[in-house]
Design a protein around this ligand. Structure first.
Ligand code: PLP
Length: 411
């Protein structure tokens, strides 16, 4: 960039004021830093991204290729093809016992887009959205971009990072528009049992003007004998004011295909459709065909992936807990662990500088050990970090060894 162009790029007033209220995604920028270090020739293990390391199953890829050959390359209805909407309705019935008709479901460009559409369609300035910490980095920023006010409920490690009914009750005000529930959670992996969820839904029943956004994107990634349930299923009274969000990214290893979906009240879905009609129009026609195959096709590979994730989770939790200064709970789901690094705070790096927060520790791990993880503050809870175990067993073993060695070098 020339100096002149650079000065123009910083011209005051050019960027909307609302952009000044948000931070770029720290997970995306850490992902970029890992790539930069690799480009410099450093050996770096990236455990930053929230995506399965498994490839998209072949039957799903074939469905996309067939769709191209069959000429499914044109605009589709905004909220999704009739075939995809039917597949989504069938999925909700089959897996969640939720009855939605096609006018109650919408497909978007990833779950992220669906959630963004929901906030853009419903939030007026000053409307509050209750977000339990630790939270997915995008929730507060999406709320802020849509003129809403994120109301963060501090997380409690001693409750397995799960929201408790009293805390929820206290956070709700007359301005509360939505409460977000995300189980299994990104970043903690915490997942609510039916009873735990019922404790929360009972509170929500007492607040009839509050809507519930249930982000179920990690639904199929739970371990042991855990049974997944979702808010509108556990409490039918909430059905009329719950948007149940899901997608194919995590379960079907399709992060790049960008298909997410939601089911909920007709007026909300119609308003979301209206927003979408002026932004992306439909999600990609070819990805929609692939998502139909994902939802309707063989599901047995999910159990195989789940078994691999469960094995990795056990290994990572054990190895991290063996490191002096770290404490790692074993979460019920997703593919993340969220260890405390409280024991590292105050220690000195070999160069004499002090680790004073989780971001310092994570930077140290990246620069010294060549392991990329995300600091807890990005998710609203310190001093922790998120490690994604969506990587091969060998890579994870190497990463844990590197973390152990670098941590032992702190004094
Ligand atoms: C909690 C949570 N919700 C939603 C999403 C959105 O996923 P996608 O937009 O790929 O469907 C993610 C992705 O990381 C996530 O972690």
């Amino acid at each position: 960039m020339t100096q002149q162009a650079d000065r123009a790029a910083q011209a005051p007033g050019r960027i909307a004021a609302r952009l000044g209220r948000i931070k770029p995604s720290p997970t995306v920028s850490l992902f970029g830093r890992v790539a930069e270090l690799r480009a410099e020739g450093r050996s770096v293990i990236g455990l930053v991204a929230g995506e399965p390391d498994f490839d998209t199953p072949d039957n799903i890829k074939r469905a996309a290729i067939e769709a191209i050959k069959a000429g499914q390359t044109k605009y589709t209805p905004v909220a999704g093809t009739p075939t995809l909407k039917a597949a989504i309705c069938t999925k909700f019935k089959r897996e969640n016992d939720l009855d939605y008709t096609p006018d109650q479901v919408i497909a978007g460009v990833g779950g992220k887009h669906v959630i963004f559409n929901a906030f853009l369609a419903t939030l007026s300035p000053g409307d509050e959205v209750v977000i339990p910490a630790p939270y997915w980095v995008s929730y507060p920023e999406m709320v802020t971009l849509c003129d809403g006010v994120p109301v963060i409920i501090p997380g409690r490690a001693e409750r397995g990072f799960k929201l408790v009914p009293d805390d929820l009750d206290h956070a709700i005000t007359p301005r509360t528009k939505w409460v977000i529930l995300n189980s299994p959670s990104n970043p903690s992996g915490a997942a609510y049992t039916r009873d735990e969820l019922r404790g929360l839904t009972q509170v929500l029943c007492r607040h009839p003007n509050v809507m519930v956004l249930s982000d179920d994107i990690y639904e199929h990634l739970t371990y042991g004998d855990f049974t997944f349930t979702t808010a509108a299923q556990v409490e039918p009274e909430l059905y009329e004011r719950t948007l149940t969000v899901n997608g194919v990214s995590k379960t079907y290893c399709m992060t790049g295909w960008r298909i997410g979906y939601g089911g909920g009240p007709r007026d909300i879905v119609k308003a979301m459709s209206s927003v979408q009609s002026h932004s992306t129009t439909n999600p990609t026609s070819i990805s929609q065909a692939a998502a139909v195959e994902a939802l309707n096709g063989p599901q047995d590979f999910i159990a195989e992936n789940r078994a691999a994730f469960a094995r990795r989770r056990a290994m990572v939790v054990e190895r991290l807990n063996a490191i002096d200064g770290l404490e790692c709970q074993e979460p019920q789901g997703a593919f993340y662990v969220f260890p405390s690094c409280a024991g590292m705070i105050g220690r000195k790096r070999p160069d004499g500088s002090t680790i004073s927060n989780d971001e310092n520790y994570v930077t140290y791990l990246l620069e010294e050990a060549g392991v990329g993880v995300v600091f807890g503050d990005a998710f609203g809870m310190s001093p922790y970090f998120r490690l994604s175990y969506a990587a091969s067993d060998d890579v994870l073993r190497d990463a844990c060894d590197r973390i152990a060695k670098a941590s032992a070098a702190l004094r």
